[in-house]
Design a protein around this ligand. Structure first.
Ligand code: ADP
Ligand code: MG
Ligand code: ZN
Length: 482
């Protein structure tokens, strides 16, 4: 369906393709046994292989291969039984070998796609390829007037996921990135840590008039936030449109993005073709996977986020908003599902998780720490649902569960909480409240029946939230009609 909203770029149509670098969630590096853990003192996770010392031989990490295969399968790619590692040559201080090990003309996976949806119906964005490669180290500038190199990161296994140039707006690019991020986290391939650089992307942007061939593209390097990808692409489209409308031409460039100034800056001109002198690595044999291994990885793929949302909706009747929040992290989705299965009341469980539990939930990469357990949430829901305590009382009770293994049912007994549903007591209280608020009573009688909530609220106040709300409003209705 063609959108009826006019494009913000006039007659210019953006063409966008993303190259996403996702770190594979392994304990050790791609070709040596060094740890991949983040934040260690500089150059403590290095060895002759990742330092590029002469004579050191790389050995491919089997876990990295398994994860790359999972990603390929989850994205609907063709996973190839044979792929080849090549040397991509360039000089940069953070790349001690003088080349990067990457897959060039024989990547591990090709094809596949990912659905985006920015409110105009779902659209599938094709993938060109997924290849395995190693990360570079990190240059740290301005340390006592020096630039230093930290090679802890050098040799970390990555996959690069390359999309076809099929994205057509900054919002679509953002949605693609968010969906991909979610997917790789749910299959346990990537820890999703944008701040630590585990998931970052290069955005290729060009513009053209509708129906014309693709324009010259600019590559925006290393963007590690969803908002920045949207802003950076939007800014780049506008920059290109301004140039073209002035009759200038867009130059094939690699640019960086300064999020504070909200503008891109030139890194290098690519008009002269890059010459990486690729050749297949003589130290690494071709990577050969047998079909049984690929099939086993396919069988072990967990449920993907899109399917999970559909199932949560069908099984528990969750709203769009709740679905989005509860599947925002794999551990949160698991927490919800456990509590919902125990209590059988998905919507109530979802409410408590959203209003209470998530406030004190801390996620770090693929892990999450919850203030209470799924069983406690389920039991709390059951107590309210069975009428043992009111919703208001559940809210009061909740903080006492945090960090303790106590069962809500036991706590209700200890605290002597119960719903106040003694009609006579409530009626006396209702009568007092009506008398104390003659103006509101008059309003009710003159037809402003919405004010009933005010009276029930007053009753809740004097009973510490323990009054049976249904009974309370019935009693007020009777009393006010007199
Ligand atoms: P490189 O290796 O130099 O980055 P590729 O041919 O591998 O170049 O393309 C990288 C990315 O650029 C892909 O995601 C592709 O979709 C995108 N791309 C290619 N041509 C264009 C274009 N004219 N406009 C926007 N994106 C493009
Ligand atoms: Mg590129
Ligand atoms: Zn090493």
């Amino acid at each position: 369906m063609k959108s009826l909203v006019p494009s913000p770029y006039g007659q210019w149509e953006p063409v966008i393709g993303l190259e996403v670098h996702a770190q594979l969630h392994t304990l050790t590096k791609a070709f040596c046994g060094c740890e991949t853990s983040f934040g260690a003192p500089p150059n403590t996770h290095v060895c002759p292989v990742c330092l590029g010392l002469p004579g050191a031989l790389p050995v491919l990490n089997a876990e990295a291969v398994a994860l790359a295969v999972s990603a390929g399968l989850a994205l609907g790619c063709k996973v190839h039984e044979t792929s080849v590692f090549a040397r991509k040559h360039y000089f940069y201080p953070d790349s001690p070998k003088g080349y990067q090990l990457t897959q060039f003309d024989r990547p591990i996976a090709t094809g596949g796609g990912l659905e985006v949806d920015v409110g105009e119906g779902a659209r599938r964005i094709g993938l060109t390829r997924i290849h395995m490669e190693e990360d570079a180290g990190k240059n740290v500038h301005g340390v006592g007037g020096f630039s230093l190199v930290d090679l802890n990161r050098a040799g970390t296994p990555l996959i690069e996921i390359v999309s076809e140039p099929e994205l057509r707006s900054p919002a679509e690019a953002r949605d693609y990135l968010e969906k991909l991020h979610e997917l790789v986290m749910f299959i346990g391939v990537n820890d999703g840590n944008l701040e630590q650089g585990s998931f970052r992307c290069d955005a290729n942007v060009s513009v053209r008039k509708s129906g014309e061939p693709f324009g010259v593209r600019v590559e925006l390097k290393n963007i590690n936030s969803f908002r920045f990808v949207e802003d950076a692409i939007d800014g780049e489209i506008r920059r290109q449109v301004r140039m073209l409308e002035r009759g200038e031409r867009v130059r094939l460039q690699t640019r960086g993005y300064n999020a504070e100034k909200r503008e891109s800056y030139l890194l290098r001109d690519k008009e002269a073709e890059d010459e990486y002198r690729y050749f297949s690595d003589p130290d690494l044999p071709p990577l050969v996977l047998d079909a049984a291994f690929i099939a086993e990885r396919a069988a072990r793929l967990p449920e993907l986020p899109v399917a999970k949302r559909a199932r949560f909706q069908a099984e528990f009747g969750l709203s769009e908003g709740a679905l989005r929040v509860l599947t925002s992290h794999p551990r949160i989705a698991e927490f919800f599902e456990q509590a919902a299965l125990v209590s059988g009341r998905g919507v109530r469980v979802a409410n408590i998780i959203q209003t209470e539990v998530l406030r004190d939930t801390v996620t770090a990469g693929l892990e999450a720490t919850f203030p209470v357990s799924p069983n406690q949430v389920a039991e709390l829901v059951d107590l309210v649902e069975s009428g043992a305590i009111s919703g208001k009382q559940a809210k009061v009770l909740y903080p006492d569960l945090i960090g303790k293994e106590v069962s809500p049912r036991a706590l209700v007994e200890t605290l002597g909480l119960k719903v106040l549903d003694d009609a006579e007591t409530l009626q006396n209280l209702a009568l007092e409240i009506v008398r104390a608020n003659p103006r509101q009573a008059e309003q009710y009688r003159s037809g402003k029946t919405g004010i009933l909530g005010f009276f029930v609220g007053q009753l809740m106040k004097v009973t510490g939230g323990s009054a049976d709300p249904k009974l309370a409003s019935d009693l007020f209705e009777q009393e006010l009609r007199k």
